[in-house]
Design a protein around this ligand. Structure first.
Ligand code: 2P0
Length: 362
């Protein structure tokens, strides 16, 4: 949708070298994206809370190179100050895939310095924060070189679009508090191509919300998200699942609008278990949750039954458990985590996070 106009630099008037840096957070899906077609086009709409502490900082340096722009993108990449060939190859493939949108990338020498706020290999998904940070750098670069993204809403939309091309869930990280990705009549302006902000559609208590991530295992997953999405293509429950996600989105938006925590919590947990049930019921079946994930889930439900506190679990495509709860009970919940849940985490590790205001340019 952004192929035209093709943005090309005038080699008789080359730009000065420069650099751009963005910090962008991860996000946690409440309604899950699971199943896609084309280039990261979702089978159902998803809705996420934008996090604050789990983020990626990316600095993009650029300089004009006076060469024909038909060759490969010229890229160096450093992850935590070290040249990283695996990330370079991944980023290069992404930048090459953008050539139709951004032919000018081939006219530049690019150097990326990137790093995460959380320990590498902590089992925390980094593709959402990493791809959104890079997409934001690319939009700032476009605006610096061509002045074409002066409008903030248009800037964010394009950043979300570019992030989506790198990793579907990354498109939701662009916006403060909460984002919705996928076309639905429930939210005017929603699209399969990019996410839209929905922070204004939710009760203020969801802006002061915590997500403590209980790291059950840091081992690499047996089945990647890419392969997991692909397995949805012939999952016998795929169609009812996509319909269910739409119904749940409707109920979730109402609950989040009015601040109905109980309904919110029920949908959060049902979505988490459905996601993993889909993994268990595909062809081939697989399991990503571990005994400690289940032990935590059971303890959370027991704690809620005993105390009445609104603490809910969700899961990403992995064994780690996210605990979602409002800010006014942070002290009680942190004590519960310390006393009862940390023992189920690898080296007792818990990444504390909360709902945040979205990316910032540094
Ligand atoms: C989500 N997940 O909505 C769902 C729920 C994980 C569980 O999107 O292939 O890394 O890059 O589009 O976004 C993880 O998959 O997949 C994911 P690609 P992505 O957050």
């Amino acid at each position: 949708m952004y192929e035209n106009p093709r943005l090309i630099l005038d080699s008789s008037n080359p730009p000065e070298p420069g650099a751009i840096t963005w910090r962008s957070p991860s996000n946690i899906a409440i309604i899950k994206y699971w199943g896609k077609h084309g280039v990261q086009l979702p089978r159902n709409p998803s809705l996420s809370l934008t996090l604050a502490a789990s983020c990626t900082d990316t600095r993009l340096e650029y300089a004009f190179r006076d060469e024909a722009h038909g060759g490969p993108v010229d890229l160096d990449l450093y992850f935590h100050q070290q040249a990283n060939e695996a990330f370079r190859a991944k980023t290069l493939a992404y930048l090459e895939s953008l050539a139709a949108v951004y032919p000018f990338l081939k006219q530049l020498k690019l150097t990326v310095h990137t790093g995460n706020s959380f320990p590498h290999s902590a089992g925390i998904a980094s593709s959402a924060s990493a791809m959104s940070a890079l997409a934001l750098c690319l939009c700032s670069l476009e605006d610096k070189l061509f002045g074409t993204l002066q409008d903030t809403a248009e800037f964010d939309r394009k950043a979300s679009y570019l992030a989506r091309l790198g990793s579907g869930s990354a498109c939701r990280s662009i916006f403060p508090y909460a984002a919705l990705w996928g076309e639905t009549a429930l939210v005017p302006g929603s699209s399969n191509e990019f996410a839209v902000p929905v922070g204004d559609l939710i009760h203020e208590q969801f802006r002061d919300f915590h997500d403590d991530i209980l790291i059950v295992s840091t081992e690499e997953k047996a089945v990647s998200s890419r392969a997991g999405h692909a397995l949805m293509d012939d999952n016998p429950f795929a169609e009812p699942r996509y319909a269910q996600a739409r119904q749940r989105l409707d109920a979730l938006l109402s609950a989040m609008r009015t601040g109905d925590l109980e309904t919110f919590g029920k949908i959060v947990e049902d979505e988490a278990l459905t996601l993993h049930a889909l993994m268990m019921s595909g062809n081939s079946s697989y399991l990503l949750i571990k005994p400690d994930s289940l032990a935590i889930i059971e303890k959370v439900r027991e704690y809620r039954a005993a105390t009445g506190q609104p603490v809910y679990f969700t899961l990403d495509a992995g064994p780690n458990v996210h605990l979602l709860y409002p800010g006014n009970i942070v002290h009680e919940v942190r004590k519960f985590i310390e006393d009862e849940l940390a023992e189920h985490c690898e080296n007792g590790y818990v990444q504390q996070d909360w709902v945040g205001e979205g990316p910032e340019e540094l």
